[in-house]
Design a protein around this ligand. Structure first.
Ligand code: FAD
Ligand code: SF4
Length: 479
């Protein structure tokens, strides 16, 4: 019997006029009743295409079925088998490009709201029964160092502790979570949620050492003297700049610096917190870029009082890599979009403060290597636009500190660590890597998937290490 088509359950949100004045989460989440109604739309396909679209193959129809039955603990258990951070992924994964894109319902109507259901289940678990913190009772005695407390490091640490190994995470910053803490703003991902996940790992026995920069405080080679294996998950935190004249003027930030000052250092609460920030009240703020970082920056500028918060993008909305939901929310919030423009130079006043940007108008040509139509300058279409502040959000590269202090580690010309894509092993025995430091800037779910893959290989490596050391195979807990 075929199901009657039903409307996708809308995600309740904070009213626009309220939310542009605060940093609280925009999406408010489903109630149980809403979640069950949405779960009822799922056709429980025998060959679920949605699961094929999920980078970590979450058993989507199974967890959605459990939501429909109202058995949320069961739904949480199913989700956690493949995704250790569902509260995060339910909020930030680009579902419209992954599971929801392949959902068969999407051929005739809107796909099942898989991300919203994932978020509901994770929030319900956290609020009602607490996040389960799993650790193996059988200890192996092996010690693993994880460098970086972002999604790749956390998921690697989470699996390794369950396998019975001792795990220490070394993090350069004073908070654990990587981009989840310093990049993605509170209005998209409340920091409390990330910290609850970190606490669950701590409870399971993972040791976190903050303010510890591998490459400065201690090198990878030094770590290898006191640990049996090392995982490098240091992300891609080095901002790219436009490299145009005037970029050194006062009032121009990289998106990394801007978002870190706001999210991690709470500059918007200055002087209560001691990080200052240029006041954006009543100012015109230009953000250059079209990805999640650009949209996060421009929506943050709006919340800081900018009278005009404008995205400058050299292609059109269709080619923007940011998540569709974030673009939609940005439009609702009154963010302005200037498409088909590329900055040529920044112009300043005699005191070195930014005054305007000179832009070149563009048109779209043939598709380039990324498959998107290439922006081409239109001759003689150049214009000056007055702006008070600029945020450059055109991507990030790898920080060279690990590579420079580990010269025998193989990296490509952009500084990304080279690994075997099946095992995440580097060329250095006992050293594994994953996440953005390997792929370049990607997504949370891919970083997590890489961390888990590495944990599995580290477990295998440690088994063989035991064999070599003692000439005797020990049985390690199954993963
Ligand atoms: P990171 O999250 O970068 O974590 C690396 C950690 O390593 C950091 O905490 C860093 O301080 C630490 N570290 C670095 N060097 C050292 C060192 N030498 N010693 C010790 N510690 C070190 N993805 C999505 O899927 N959806 C989104 O909506 C989304 N929005 C984004 C918004 C912004 C503003 C940004 C910047 C990225 C966004 N991404 C999004 C991308 C996603 O966040 C990243 O792909 C993901 O966080 C990568 O995880 P990671 O563990 O590899 O690195
Ligand atoms: Fe349900 Fe869509 Fe997955 Fe089919 S493809 S099982 S309808 S979520």
């Amino acid at each position: 019997m075929s199901k009657v088509l039903t409307e996708r359950m809308k995600m309740p949100t904070q009213a626009v006029e309220e939310r542009i004045c605060n940093f609280k989460e925009v999406n408010l989440g489903y109630t149980l009743e809403m979640a069950q109604t949405e779960a009822d739309r799922c056709l429980q396909c025998k060959k679920p295409m949605c699961t094929e679209g999920c980078p970590v193959s979450v058993k989507i129809p199974d967890f959605v079925g459990a939501v429909y039955e109202g058995d949320i603990p069961k739904a949480a258990k199913i989700l956690k088998m493949d995704n250790i951070l569902p509260a995060v992924c339910g909020r930030v994964c680009p579902q419209e490009e992954q599971c929801e894109k392949l959902c068969v319902l999407g051929r005739k109507e809107k796909p099942v709201a898989i991300g919203n259901l994932e978020r509901f289940v994770a929030d319900w678990e956290r609020e009602n029964i607490g996040i389960a913190s799993n650790a193996s009772k059988e200890k192996t005695g092996f010690k693993v160092a994880v460098i970086g407390g972002g999604p790749s490091g956390l998921s690697c640490a989470g699996d390794l502790i369950q396998m019975g190994h001792e795990v220490t995470v070394f993090e350069a910053l004073h908070e654990i979570g990587g981009v989840l803490m310093y990049g993605i703003p509170e209005f998209r991902l409340p920091k409390e949620i990330v910290q609850e996940e970190v606490k669950a790992l701590e409870k399971a026995g993972v040791v976190f050492i903050k303010n510890y920069i591998i490459g400065l405080t201690e090198t990878v080679d030094e770590l290898l003297e006191r640990f049996d294996a090392v995982f490098i998950g240091v992300g891609a935190g080095l901002p790219y700049f436009l490299n145009i004249p005037g970029e050194e003027l006062n009032g121009i930030y990289s998106s990394n610096e801007f978002l870190t000052r706001i999210n991690l250092m709470k500059a918007y609460k200055f002087p209560e917190y001691d990080t200052p920030m240029l006041s954006l009240e009543g100012k015109t703020v230009a953000v250059f870029g079209g990805g999640n970082t650009a949209i996060d920056s421009v929506r943050t500028a709006k919340r800081l009082g900018a009278s005009h918060a404008i995205i400058f993008y050299r292609r059109t909305q269709e080619e923007m890599p940011a998540r569709a939901e974030e673009i939609h929310h940005a439009i609702e919030e009154g963010i302005e979009f200037l498409y088909l423009v590329s900055p040529l130079k920044f112009n300043g006043d005699s005191n070195g403060w930014l005054k305007s940007v000179t832009i070149q108008k563009m048109e779209l040509g043939e598709p380039d290597h990324s498959g998107r139509r290439k922006p081409i300058p239109i001759p003689n279409q150049i214009e000056d636009i007055e702006i008070d502040a600029a945020i450059v959000a055109i991507g990030n590269g790898s920080n060279p500190i690990i590579n420079q202090t580990t010269p025998d580690l193989n990296v490509n010309k952009w500084g990304n660590i080279l690994v075997d894509s099946e095992t995440m092993e580097t060329n250095k025995p006992g050293v594994f890597a994953g996440g953005d430091i390997v792929t370049g800037g990607a997504t949370v779910i891919l970083a997590m998937g890489a961390g888990r893959k590495a944990a599995k290989s580290i477990n295998e490596f440690l088994k063989s290490k035991k064999w070599n050391d003692n000439n005797n195979i020990v049985s390690l807990p199954e993963w």
